[in-house]
Design a protein around this ligand. Structure first.
Ligand SMILES: [Zn+2]
Ligand SMILES: [Zn+2]
Length: 356
């Protein structure tokens, strides 16, 4: 009997373990909450391998605030197993689970066309079925008629862009008509520097999503690719407003990709200055990193008056004391470095100048 009770308790603890939420520690920035979002994923309602509620459970366990299930409209290999299913079913099925797990669920679809224009996601739809039309432009217009936010998916996917990541005249048409408001700068673990450039030049929103089809499992310490959205509140309306206003940063492995002003804020909000000490020989600073992100510093301009690191890593949640030696009788100056894992430009780190 005792043994039985033991196994019973063990099975309960195993069951409840699967419901543990792993919070992602990336700080808020002044005036906004940093919401962790994944706007691109699939279920059995297109070519995915999970039931819609599983996407909600994964999002809860992996510390997300918001998800959009975006099944393909035009590619549904399991269609015969659920004849006549509405394109709204994945959302409807996941809705109750999202509510009870406090996950914001956004209704979406993937407009799945050959290149050009390729694949695009439409978010905040009210009826996905209206996008099931033969001419691609009509699908985009139907999405727009529902006030959707539309972005171009995986622009450099080699199945559709075998040589280079190209921008076609069809993309200009969509862009000019307000039917392309953002681009996936990261899809899964693939980073498209060209897309980051386009977003910067054309004032488009940068997104990073998993596009996951299989069950999404993570190893200890891993996180999924996501879009960090700087929203005024934790609501779908605030997410929508933030996406339109381009307040996003893409989080891929140990990198952040986005606009300089947001990367700077994340860095400043992550780093807490614990102590500073200055003598005529050195300046010493102790910092604590309160985020999940490490910061890889690389010295940029050399100043012979200040002697400091060439490369230095501030570990995630680490506490570090950094010394800058004052040489040649100098009393101060600028410590200049680049944070190589905060990509403010395609494949280029964020420049920081710290006066001492
Ligand atoms: Zn796609
Ligand atoms: Zn997809």
């Amino acid at each position: 009997m005792k043994k039985l009770i033991f196994f019973f308790l063990l099975s309960i603890s195993v069951l409840s373990y699967s419901q543990v939420r792993n919070e992602i520690q990336i700080p808020d920035i002044p005036g906004f909450k940093t919401l962790k979002c994944d706007f691109h994923m699939h279920t059995v309602f297109s070519d995915g391998l999970v039931w819609p509620t599983v996407r909600v459970n994964e999002a809860y366990a992996q510390g997300l605030d918001a998800i959009a299930i975006t099944d393909h409209i035009e590619y549904r290999p399991h269609k015969n197993d659920m004849p006549g299913a509405s394109l709204n079913r994945p959302y409807e099925i996941a809705e109750a689970a999202a509510r009870s797990n406090n996950i914001i669920l956004i209704r979406g679809s993937e407009i799945t066309r050959s290149m050009p224009p390729g694949h695009s996601n439409a978010l905040f739809l009210s009826d996905c079925n209206a996008l099931d039309v033969s001419v691609y432009m009509d699908a985009f217009k139907a999405a727009k008629a529902q006030n959707a936010f539309i972005f171009w998916n995986h622009p450099g996917w080699d199945a559709q862009q075998p040589d280079t990541t190209r921008w076609f005249k069809e993309h200009t048409e969509l862009y000019n008509a307000g039917l392309m408001q953002g681009i996936e700068v990261v899809n899964g673990t693939e980073y498209y520097p060209e897309a980051q450039r386009w977003c910067m030049e054309k004032k488009l929103t940068m997104l990073g999503n998993t596009d996951v089809h299989d069950p999404l499992t993570l190893k200890e310490g891993e996180h999924r690719t996501m879009t960090l959205v700087f929203a005024s509140a934790r609501t779908p309306e605030a997410i929508r407003e933030a996406l339109i206003e381009r307040r996003t940063v893409v989080y891929l492995n140990d990198k952040l990709i986005g606009e300089e002003k947001y990367l700077k804020e994340i860095f400043h909000q992550s780093i807490e200055i614990v102590n500073t000490e200055k003598t005529d020989k050195y300046y010493r600073i102790t910092v604590k990193n309160n985020s999940d992100l490490p910061f890889y510093l690389h010295k940029t301009s050399h100043n012979p008056d200040l002697v400091y690191f060439r490369d230095y890593t501030i570990d995630a949640h680490g506490r570090h004391t950094i010394t800058v030696k004052l040489a040649n009788g100098a009393t101060g100056g600028d410590v200049n470095f680049e944070i190589t894992n905060l990509l403010a430009e395609p494949n280029k780190g964020l420049h920081v100048s710290f006066p001492i």
